[in-house]
Design a protein around this ligand. Structure first.
Ligand code: ZN
Length: 286
């Protein structure tokens, strides 16, 4: 298991943690300011959201690398199935392809894929997963041609209905195998897997499926909002060290991405304070 107690070179910031860096959201910092603030603290990378880039993906990617960091990822895919997906498949595919283009311009190491919820009227996780797999199979070759990796993120089952019928590492690994592209893998997010005592077994059964991302936050014991009340590492009940040990034991050696959606707490705080807290917690409890 890697030792993070001395530096933050293996730490990446997901900009959602600062309330997204958009006018009117969070502190509204520009990407350049986020890049400088992370570089000053010795972070290893940044994960952006497409809407924050304002058509300047190439420039922002270059700026990040010039500051000594990598662009760890780009968020996130459109929902492929379920109530939040576009009813027009062509629209979903176009949107996804455009995200892939942006990831290539940005030089992002991976795109996060969230597949969407249960197909209306199907009453079936299995059927919804099959449909999502079919759609992703059509998109994966375009990503592969553009050198973009796709990280399938299983979400906590509480989102099963609307945001993700993909709720286990087991099913994510199965989806990767069914699609069979060399550029597809999984992302493990503490928020979604912290409760799952079979994580190690599922990762072991996943065999050579690549782990393309590891996302950090914490699960607050008194969570008030399933989407927007994530905790800072160390403030909740997740066994962070043990989860990382498990994920690294399965071969993950990339950057750890801090992703905290917290509209009532962390998004209201000064970003410098948030970044300093992340650093301190990363070194001491992750
Ligand atoms: Zn995540």
């Amino acid at each position: 298991m890697r030792n993070f107690s001395e530096n933050c070179a293996c730490l990446a910031l997901n900009t959602a943690t600062l309330g997204h860096i958009l006018e009117g959201k969070g502190a509204g910092w520009q990407p350049e300011r986020v890049i400088d603030a992370c570089a000053e603290r010795g972070f290893g990378g940044i994960v952006f959201w497409k809407r924050e880039l304002g058509g300047r993906a190439f420039e922002i990617g270059e700026r990040t690398r010039a500051a000594g960091m990598e662009v760890t990822g780009l968020c996130r895919s459109p929902f492929l199935v379920g109530p939040l997906a576009s009813p027009a498949l062509a629209e979903t595919v176009d949107e996804f392809n455009s995200l892939i283009d942006t990831a290539a311009e940005l030089g992002a190491k991976a795109v996060t894929v969230v597949v969407g919820g249960v197909v209306a009227g199907s009453h079936s996780m299995a059927e919804s997963l099959r449909t999502a797999t079919e759609i992703l199979s059509k998109i994966a070759p375009y990503a592969e041609r553009n050198g973009v990796r796709l990280a399938l993120e299983p979400l906590h089952p509480v989102y099963g209905g609307d945001r993700s019928c993909l709720v286990t590492v087991r099913d994510a690994a199965k989806m990767c195998r069914e699609i069979g592209s060399s550029n597809i893998g999984i992302a493990i997010d503490v928020y979604h897997v912290w409760w799952d005592l079979s994580l190690e077994e599922q990762l072991s059964n996943a065999g050579d499926v690549q782990i393309l991302g590891y996302h950090l936050c914490d699960w607050l014991a008194d969570t008030k909002d399933m989407l927007l009340d994530r905790g800072m590492m160390g403030d909740g009940v997740a066994d962070l060290r043990n989860i990382r040990r498990t994920v690294e034991g399965a071969g993950f050696d990339g950057l750890c991405e801090v992703e905290i959606f917290s509209d009532k707490n962390w998004w209201k705080k000064d970003p410098d304070y948030v970044l300093d807290t992340i650093m301190q917690r990363f070194k001491s409890v992750c």
